[in-house]
Design a protein around this ligand. Sequence first.
Ligand code: FUL
Length: 497
Amino acid sequence: MKHPSLRLLLVASLTLAMACSPAVIEPFGPTPTPQQVAWQRMEINMFCHFGPNTFSGAEWGDGTEPEDLFNPRALDCSQWVDVAEAAGMKGIILTAKHHDGFCLWPSQQSTHTVASSLWRKGKGDVLREFTDACRGRVKAGVYISPWDRNHPAYGSEAYNDVFVNTLREVHSTYGPLFEQWFDGACGEGPNGKKQHYDWPRFLQTMHTLNPLAIIFSDIGPGCRWVGNEEGRAGDTCWSTLNTHGATPSDNKPSPAELQTGHAPLSTKRLSTQELSTQRLSTFHFPLSTLHWVPAEVDVSIRPGWFWHPDEHPKSVDELMEIYFNSVGRNGLLLLNVPPDTNGRICPEDSLRLIEFRRERDRIFSRDLAAGAEVHAWHKPGHQAKNVLDTNYHTFWAATAKEAELTMELDSLTEFDIIVIQEYIPLGQRITSVNLLLDPGDGLYSYSLSDHPLCSTVGYKRIIRLPQPVRWRKLVFQFQGMAPPVINRIALFNSHAQ
Ligand code: FUL
């Protein structure tokens, strides 16, 4: 380049481009795979417990049930999908085999299957109809119980081969399947023996067959059990877990640990006040020992997992409480809605799910923070205003572990719900959130409460305030293990019509 002014122009524009190009934000600690991010963004999925228990009234069949017991009169898997879609659910997981060992597909690995029943003269295949109905509408997943109270090989090494072949059969015939559910239960089989599950082999088989599937077990690796069946993640809920030396059956973290997950070991000493609020997890581990294993919150809409004629679905208020305590605490809600003896989701449950959806829409359809002015120190290219848009991949990247974001609303606004989302592809960082109310006259701001509003945030945190607040200028105070990276802050009024 001969002309000096041209060279100057080039240097100037390169410098400008570098100054404007967004800073690369280093991830903190373990991070999710793209599949785990996509999974968490599904937020609510449906669980369908269906099989001989639907007809016998049992919750755990003992494997001696005659195959003909399974006889859905009007099986309609498309109706399950209609209901799931109308309820705002993005995936369905079917109990293809529960502990009684009965296979809802004509498996070659067992004689206790639909093929041995009179249902559709032994030609029926629920798994085929289910996966066909889901295709292009919602994602399909399967629960295949390792515990099998029917299979003659159960309790011997040969059963591990049977189970591996079962996985192979299902995942190569009925895919793509987005999630494989491994139930933690391990009881006795028909000969009174318990099985020693070959977990390394089961997981390796899954890895080869369907490497993109999310694998659920008590300890993951794709997602973990939340430690209870009541629909509640911990108030502190880390997506990170130390699984060293554990298998899905042995040496597992306790239910309390599964609820909160394991926090990265803090370099900071906790103050007495922080400890006394008991908002911080007591389970801390060095960062290098942790894995990304987010919590899946499985709970049934009814008292039982299977459909029983004398049981009824939970109320909308109960379902909302579950929603706040699962999705609102960094978990994915897997809500069980069991098909009935017709092979359909009954009207009572469908209606309740629609009401549940309506209630969520009523509360969350109007973000009162949209259009606000926000200010904060930020890393180049990751401004504070990014917390207001609904683009998942734009975020505010704070410059320090303790960071403040000021939000000025258009006018005095009443709200009682705050939604905060960390940008989890870069890890989970936040350990405390506080809200200050700024009078806007240069005088001191008041803290809304004398303890943090929450400890962890993660994918999504929904904070419910004890009473509505009517204010204009807000200051959010964050503390993190690393500078917070937040992709959304929204405000809602649960009393709005
Ligand atoms: C448990 C099972 O024993 C229940 O029957 C149900 O399937 C639940 C989701 O998991 O471990």
